[in-house]
Design a protein around this ligand. Structure first.
Ligand code: AKG
Ligand code: MN
Length: 227
C-alpha cells in the first residue's frame, strides 16, 4: 500500500500529458485474490471487429460493468453494462481514493497471453469529457504499455511496464496529445487483466452524483477504432 499521505504517484515524464504510476495500488495478496476471482468469475466475451473490410475476432476478451446509464458503444451497437460486483466496487473505491476522481464504469480486458493485444488509440470520445481521467489497474502478467504522440506516429514509443497490482493514471491532456497500445509480446505466456475505470456521461444522468462533471446524456465510450 502506498504511504497514506502520498497520493500523487510516480510521474511518467511525458510532455503535454499527466500520467502517473502507482506500483502498489493493491498489495500482493489483494492483487492475487482479485486476479484469480476475476479470471474465473467474469463473463468474458469475444467481440468481432472489422479491419480493412474483413471480420476478425478482437485479440482479447472484454467485459463492461457500470452504473445503469453507463452504456458501452461499440462498432455501432450499444451494450448495457453489467451491474457492479462487490469486488469491482471495492476496486473502484481504491482507484478513486488514489486518483481523487470518481468513476461510473469499468472496462475489463483479458489478454490471454502475449498473442493478445490492443491497437493504438486515444480514449478521447466526447462522452468522456475534454480531459478524461482514466485509472487502469493491471492484474496478472506484466505487459508493456506504449505511448506515442498523436502528431508523431512514427517516433519510438515510450514504454511503461505495468506489473501485477499497478495502477496507471491518465489525466489532463494525455488523451488529446498521446495514443497508447499494448503490442503482442512473444514470451508472455500468462494472462493479464486490465481494468480501466472511467467516468462516462450517462443517458439518465443517474450517476452524475458520483461522477463529478458528467454532463448531458449520450451513451459512451470505448473507441471503435481500437482493435
Ligand atoms: O490493457 C491496458 O492496459 C490498456 C487498456 C486500454 O487502453 C483501454 O481499455 O482503453
Ligand atoms: Mn485506452
Amino acid at each position: 500500500m502506498p504511504d497514506l499521505f502520498d497520493l500523487s504517484g510516480d510521474r511518467v515524464p511525458l510532455a503535454d500529458a499527466d500520467v502517473r504510476l502507482f506500483p502498489d495500488a493493491l498489495g500482493p495478496d489483494e492483487a492475487d485474490f482479485a486476479f484469480r476471482r476475476l479470471l474465473s468469475h467474469t463473463p468474458w466475451e469475444s467481440r468481432e471487429v472489422v479491419i480493412w473490410g474483413k471480420k476478425r475476432m478482437q485479440p482479447r476478451q472484454i467485459a463492461w460493468y457500470g452504473d445503469d446509464g453507463a452504456a458501452y458503444r461499440y462498432s455501432g451497437a450499444t451494450f448495457a453494462p453489467l451491474p457492479w460486483t462487490g469486488l469491482l466496487q471495492r476496486l473502484r473505491r481504491r482507484m478513486e481514493v488514489l486518483s481523487g476522481a470518481r468513476f461510473n464504469s469499468v472496462l475489463l480486458n483479458l489478454y490471454r497471453d502475449g498473442n493478445d493485444s490492443m491497437g493504438w488509440h486515444s480514449d478521447n470520445e466526447p462522452e468522456l469529457g475534454p480531459e478524461p481521467v482514466i485509472a487502469s489497474l493491471t492484474l496478472g502478467a506484466s505487459r508493456a504499455f506504449l505511448f506515442r504522440r498523436r502528431s508523431e506516429q512514427n517516433g519510438t514509443p515510450v514504454k511503461v511496464m505495468l506489473a501485477h497490482g499497478t495502477m496507471l493514471l491518465m489525466a489532463g491532456q494525455t488523451q488529446a496529445n498521446w495514443q497508447h497500445a499494448i503490442n503482442k509480446e512473444a514470451g508472455v505466456t500468462g494472462p493479464r487483466i486490465s481494468l480501466t475505470f472511467r467516468a462516462v456521461r450517462t443517458r439518465s444522468g443517474s450517476s452524475e452524483d458520483r461522477s463529478k462533471g458528467a454532463g448531458p446524456a449520450t451513451p459512451g465510450p470505448v473507441n471503435p477504432k481500437r482493435r
